[in-house]
Write a protein that binds this ligand. Structure first.
Ligand code: ADP
Ligand code: MG
Length: 697
């Protein structure tokens, strides 16, 4: 931005937001639309017609020629099908957008994954406007956020279940709030701030690597001797080329009303992070999709490529996405903030208890919600929490709960018996700077930070699980409280009992340590290290019951989602194995052969001149030959495993990919990486880690 004072004017300039609606819509239409947005009131078609027309006029003024229903199918990324505004009228055309086209679109969606939900003969699906997320303009196209369903009514996307789960939280949270005397709350929403990590690499180098281009990650690469997490990078000065990229990216995001706020270097070289200010979950979800899309797009303009893969480079940190989560009233009162009066504290402890109960009872689902082939490389490695879900509360809050459980005084500043509803909670640091970064689910004063998400993940699924599990916990709590004779005693008992029953999920220590693995096993916490172990539990009876009872998914939809996740896993590994084999056979082995040829020619020449070959030359030559042969044999084994006829049972097939294909890929990589360290630089067929990770200046 050349002129920063223009930022406020620029912000949201490509969004059909409240300000624009107010200015462009007749008062009564604006009012009914507002009612739809805020209270889910049905939208009348004549209102939709007027809104559509205003939206089109505004879009034309801002250079758009097309519109699209923008949706998030099960691929996890967004999909769009562009229609132009033109409508023929005699020999000419007029520009039109009808109310009908705004609220509903038809899509032949037979190629989107449905996990068996939709036979190809009934390929049609439809998209329906989500008026709670503002329409916006991207590349001369008016994008209308929508949900995507089949004509049978089954949800085929990431968005519909998210909206349903938000509704479930709202319904149950309102019951609890009413009991605390808040009778005129308009609604409750969950809020999310998704911190996004990413890598930037030079485009030319990227183009020279098939693995990066086609798999999003490197399948080969020896570590440079310096090690891959230089101390001077993390939060260090941002390089000019990266700075220019970030500025450009911010401009694009701000125009779309996305509150990009924080940016800094991350732990690995060439790794960075962007955090927007939190928003209502479905909007945060849309925004995160746009952030990822624009990160990639803007990078190309700077001769860079943005990698969103969870683990693009072995031996250095991978990228995650921190899903900061809270629950708040529609007016913005944060229900996970302790507050400072006894009544506020009691209410906070109930919502806190609901989250603790939810996370413990559905920790398997939370793990599953982040399970992808790519995230398997990252979870439990040196930079990310393990596959075990646990909660960090901090020592003070844990102690307070311990005292509540034991009915004994809390020894804070002064000894105090915690009488919920009557005494004020002792202070505990809101923003403890030494906060635990190894926990997958950390309380950070007024929100929880769920850190298991991989960087490329659509944040919908984990939030669907969080919302629904919290809704279920709140439901059970509300059932008890509504029936209680003595409210304060009942609140006290719930907090005490939930803590007793679920404190096994609370862990304030080092989540990266081996001791925790053993301790978690003793506590009976699930530890699904890989996708094939995790996914089948999606269909556990308790999990199906959770989703069906809150009307998030039908049983059929749950089963189909498990199928899709396993299928994605098998496809990813299979594709990587294929690319790996191809790179070995057509790039690495021929390159090594060329180097061998040069070395042996040198030796022959020396011999002809009567000079004895050095042991260095003989050694290297032998190592190159021997390891080439080992590499070749390993690749043949890999080909065989990867081409094995599958059983069609996706659970079994997924285990085949994990146990056979992935382990052979490891072996192939070991030989290839070893060869890289002894082959002359100029012979190596593609850029190395050193080039890639230190190549952006
Ligand atoms: P960090 O140290 O992890 O970067 P920050 O305090 O900067 O933590 O916040 C990280 C993210 O959490 C930001 O996106 C911020 O907007 C978000 N956040 C803050 N409050 C809430 C909330 N009540 N609900 C959801 N997200 C929140
Ligand atoms: Mg964070």
């Amino acid at each position: 931005m050349e002129n920063p004072s223009r930022i406020p004017e620029l912000f949201g300039s490509l969004v059909f937001n409240d300000r624009v609606m107010k200015a462009k819509l007749p008062k009564d239409v604006y009012k009914s639309l507002k009612k739809t947005i805020e209270e889910d009131a049905p939208l009348e078609i004549d209102v939709a017609n007027v809104v559509a027309n205003a939206m089109k006029e505004w879009a034309l003024e801002n250079g758009a020629t097309h519109y699209t229903h923008w949706f998030q199918p099960m691929t996890g990324i967004t999909a769009e099908k562009h229609d132009s505004f033109i409508e023929p009228q005699g020999d000419s055309v007029v520009m039109e957008l009808s109310g009908k086209s705004l609220v509903k679109g038809e899509t032949d969606a037979s190629s989107f994954p449905s996990g068996g939900l939709r036979a190809t003969f009934e390929a049609r699906g439809y998209t329906a406007w989500d008026p709670t997320s503002y329409a916006f303009i991207k590349e001369k196209t008016l994008c209308i956020p929508t949900v995507f369903c089949s004509y049978g009514g089954q949800v085929l996307d990431k968005k519909a279940p998210l909206l349903r789960s938000m509704e479930a939280v709202s319904t149950q949270a309102m019951r609890v709030l009413r009991l605390f005397g808040h009778t005129n709350v308009a609604g409750v929403r969950t809020t999310v701030g998704a911190e996004q990590e990413y890598f930037l690499v030079d485009k030319e180098m990227y183009d020279a690597r098939d693995d990066l281009r086609l798999c999003g990650r490197t399948l080969f690469g020896a570590k440079p001797p310096k090690g891959l997490n230089p101390a001077d990078h993390y939060f260090g000065a941002i390089k000019p080329r990266v700075k220019a990229y970030m500025e450009d990216l911010n401009d694009e995001l701000w125009k779309l009303g996305i509150t990009s706020k924080t940016e800094h270097n991350e732990a690995a070289p060439s790794q960075h992070e962007l955090a927007p200010i939190f928003a209502t979950t479905n909007i945060a979800n849309d925004h995160n999709q746009l952030i990822m899309e624009l990160m990639k797009k803007v990078a190309t303009k700077h001769g860079l490529v943005c990698l969103l893969h969870e683990k693009p480079f072995e031996g250095t940190n991978g990228s995650g996405k921190h899903n900061n989560f809270s629950i708040s009233t529609k007016k913005g009162k944060n229900l996970l903030s302790p507050g400072d009066s006894p009544a506020d504290n009691a209410q906070f402890l109930i919502f806190l208890s609901a989250v603790i109960k939810a996370v413990d009872e559905y920790s398997d689902l939370l793990r599953i919600s982040v399970a992808t082939a790519a995230n398997d490389h990252r979870l439990g490695a040196a930079e990310a929490p393990p596959a075990i879900v646990s909660i960090f509360l901090g020592s003070e809050l844990t102690e307070i709960l311990d005292c509540i459980e034991a009915e004994k005084p809390y020894e804070g500043k002064e000894a105090q018996v915690m009488k919920i509803g009557a005494s004020v909670l002792p202070d505990f640091p809101m923003d403890n700077t030494d906060r635990n970064r190894t926990s997958p689910f950390a309380f950070t004063g007024n929100k929880f930070e769920f850190r298991m998400l991989g960087s490329a993940l659509n944040i919908s699924e984990p939030n669907v699980v969080l919302n629904t599990a919290v809704a279920e916990a709140l439901k059970q709590i509300a059932d008890i409280l509504e029936a209680a004779d003595d409210f304060d005693t009942a609140v006290h008992d719930i907090v005490k009992r939930v803590y007793s029953n679920h404190k096994k999920v609370i862990f304030n220590g080092d989540g990266y340590s081996d001791e925790w693995q053993a301790e978690a096993a003793r506590r009976g916490l699930p530890n699904f290290k890989t996708v094939p172990e995790a996914i089948p539990h999606l269909k556990d009876e308790k999990n199906i019951r959770l989703f069906t009872s809150h009307k998030i998914y039908t049983e059929e939809e749950v089963v189909s989602r498990a199928e899709i996740m396993l299928d994605n896993y098998c496809k990813t590994v299979s594709h990587e194995a294929y690319i790996m084999s191809d790179m070995v056979k057509r790039q690495i082995l021929p390159a090594v052969q060329n180097y061998i040829a040069e070395l042996s020619n040198n030796m022959l020449n020396k011999k002809a001149l009567g000079i004895t070959a050095l042991s260095y030359e003989e050694d290297i030559l032998r190592q190159l030959s021997e390891n080439s042969d080992k590499l070749y044999k390993a690749v043949l084994d890999l080909d065989k495993a990867a081409n094995k006829k599958l059983t069609g049972n996706r659970e079994k097939d997924a285990f085949h990919y994990r146990d056979k294909v992935c382990s052979l890929m490891k072996k192939v990589r070991e030989y290839a990486d070893l060869l890289e360290t002894i082959t002359a630089d100029e012979y190596w067929p593609f850029p190395t880690y050193k080039d890639l990770l230190y190549g952006v200046n």
